[in-house]
Design a protein around this ligand. Sequence first.
Ligand code: CP
Ligand code: NVA
Length: 304
Amino acid sequence: MRHFLTLKDLTSLELEQLITRAIELKRMHKAGEIYQPLKNKVLAMIFEKSSTRTRVSFESAMLQFGGGSIFLSPNDTQLGRGEPIEDSARVISSMVDVVMIRTFEHDKVVRFAEYSSAPVINALTDDYHPCQLLADMQTYVEHRGSIKGKTVVWVGDGNNMCHSYINAAERFGFNLNIATPVGYEPNAAIVAQAKANISLFTDVKSAAKDADMIVTDVWASMGQEEEQRKREVAFADFQVDSTVMALAHHDALFMHCLPAHRGEEVSAEVLDGQQSVVWDEAENRLHAQKALLEFLCASVSAPQ
Ligand code: CP
Ligand code: NVA
């Protein structure tokens, strides 16, 4: 049985194959082909943080695959009343075929997976957001072909998305320039695992030169709302605007996992402009996660 807690749970080859499969599943879906490999299968979705894209894409994926899903929030499950994660993992996984979790501490998904008899998917923790990277890689390949050897520039916070980009740089073989304010760098241990692919910067302009793609994210992530004001000051010089895009290659793409704040981490002109592929990127959450669900459910051996 396999889990998907970070991109590193899959090999480079498996990830490449998953992206190819996502593109094929998208084609099939658009052609109106009915494909139901997960008939009668159930996905449990544990959400301890808000979501639009992740919830809609996973629920739609399960419906289109012939299965179903259950939305679980801490407000109406015993998880919110302190039932241990290990007990919840044993109980929930005994009744469903695959589990998706969005939470705060990454350690929670690790512990859940340890006690789960079904594959577990990390749908965002404070440290990683690997599902988003599947969609981002699919989007790059669809627009520009292989990302291997290309230069991707991360602008802003050294957060969960940035950490998953670091993993992706190592697995997909691209160079990642990371521009953050001092004090907001990504986790040094995660950077160290991919150091041949990573360059750290404290100013956006030097990082953005000759980029094939520029990507950013909110300045204050879920759980950091009370730091919003302080972060607006720290990140004031870290907006992706048309001056920054002009330093990149003329055909560079702009991505953002969304939700975005126009006028903060990205100007409206860039987010809504020609180089932005954020709507394809959001839609690809559906197709990439279908490929992931198919892969993980196939990895569970059938009962004897
Ligand atoms: N990008 C992303 O994960 O969006 P949601 O928070 O809406 O799920
Ligand atoms: N870094 C953001 C990503 C949202 C999809 C957050 O964690 O809130």
